[in-house]
Design a protein around this ligand. Structure first.
Ligand code: PMP
Ligand code: GLU
Length: 392
């Protein structure tokens, strides 16, 4: 009955673990979730009010497929002010989340036979979206010692006559590391030289620590800008995961094709959420800095706590709200935890702590913990992990 595509697609493991943890909670179990990457803060009040006002004003009908002009203008203003990037309306599309913008980009850019370079560890949806477009993911392993950043040499080695695109995610999910402009410059040079497009997922740009600064690879010159699709959204920076607004900026013909695809699948993103996103992007920004400061505190706490457990090594990341500790030394301890997925299963069942196994991101030597949860939960959760490991 099922298509080849449907048979092959894997459901998002991060969302699957989240559903499992939420179901356990609903049964009354005291689960601590480091699973899904979702800020635990409420959407700021001014943004919620903008959504409520849109409903009251009757702004509840179809809009232009690729988003309202007003929201596109707010996005253009944001890209100019934050990233030094100049785009016109024809180079912007608003979608139902950054995930949807990425999906549309893959559908508009890729053909069967095309190769897409994906640095591993990678976010779970990239390979699946590439495969759904009929193209082939080519994984390039990055090293913990390089802070999981793709080196220019490794990128260059992976390039073949079929390489169509590279997916970059800075700051990264799951590793929490980000690229500086020199590293991006070296990657951009190879992409331009080989005519490779860059899909640059910048959804965590506002969450950076220890003085790290976000640079969009598209801002490094006209040549690389022409070949880059910048993807971003309001989910993470404004704690708006449920509102489903993301966007992409890139070459007009590609954006036009993405808009046609969107017109035949979802139509416009929710009108009400678009109104709220305008307030997010153009209203007061102090809530962003407040959330980032809180994440920073939690980051310090979780890194320290994890490093105090024998067999776990966690280098402090500089962005997003994930830590990606090395758990390989634990696997020899017992067959019950001899891989990242077994370890994650054990921790969920024995300690009632949800984490995501590294194999979901293409590296079994690690697990991912999202610290988008309160300090007390972090402390309690890590203590439970310690106790569960000691019990083996
Ligand atoms: N990219 C990355 C790296 C992410 O972690 C997420 C979070 N789900 C997304 C894109 C998609 O975000 P959203 O669809 O909620 O805008
Ligand atoms: N990006 C988040 C995560 O990785 C949300 C889940 C998802 O969209 O897969 O946990």
């Amino acid at each position: 009955m099922l298509s080849k595509r449907a048979k092959e697609i894997k459901p998002s493991p991060t969302l699957t673990i989240d559903s499992k943890a939420k179901a356990m909670k609903a049964e009354g179990l005291d689960v601590i979730s480091f699973g899904v990457g979702e800020p635990d803060f409420d959407t700021p009040e001014n943004i919620k009010e903008a959504g409520i006002k849109a409903v009251r004003d009757g702004f509840t009908k179809y809009t232009a497929v690729g988003g309202t002009d007003k929201l596109k203008d707010a996005i253009i203003g944001k890209l100019e002010a934050d990233n030094g990037l100049a785009y016109g309306r024809a180079e912007i599309i608003v979608s139902c989340g950054a995930k949807h913008s990425l999906y549309n980009a893959m559908q508009a850019l890729l053909d069967p036979g095309d190769e897409v370079v994906i640095p591993a560890p990678y976010w779970v949806s990239y390979p699946e979206q590439v495969a759904l477009a009929g193209a082939t993911p080519v994984f390039v392993k990055t090293l913990e010692a390089d802070r999981f950043l793709l080196t220019a040499a490794a990128f260059e080695k992976s390039v073949t006559g079929r390489t169509k695109a590279l997916i970059l995610n800075s700051p990264s999910n799951p590793t929490g590391f980000s690229y500086d402009s020199e590293a991006l410059g070296r990657i951009a040079e190879i992409a331009v030289k080989n005519g490779i497009y860059i899909i640059s997922d910048e959804i965590y740009e506002k969450l950076l620590y220890d003085g790290a600064r976000h640079v969009s690879i598209a801002s490094l010159g006209e040549e690389v800008k022409k070949r880059t699709i910048v993807v971003n959204g309001v989910s993470k920076a404004y704690s708006m995961t449920g509102w489903r607004i993301g966007y992409a900026a890139g070459p007009a013909p590609l954006i036009k094709a993405m808009t046609s695809i969107q017109s035949q699948s979802t139509s416009n993103p929710t009108s009400i959420s678009q109104a709220a996103a305008i307030e997010a992007l153009t209203g007061p920004q102090d809530s962003v800095a407040r959330m980032a400061a809180e994440f920073d505190k939690r980051r310090g706490r979780i890194v320290e706590a994890l490093n105090s457990i024998e067999g776990i090594r966690c280098i402090p990341p500089t962005g997003a709200f994930y830590v990606f500790p090395n758990t390989r030394a634990l696997y020899a301890k017992s067959p019950v935890i001899s891989s990242s997925s077994k370890l994650a299963m054990y921790l969920l069942e024995k300690a009632m702590v949800a984490v995501v196994p590294g194999d979901a991101f293409g590296d079994d030597d690690f697990i991912r913990l999202s610290y988008a949860t309160g300090i007390e939960q972090i402390e309690k959760g890590v203590e439970r992990i310690r106790a569960a490991l000691q019990a083996l």
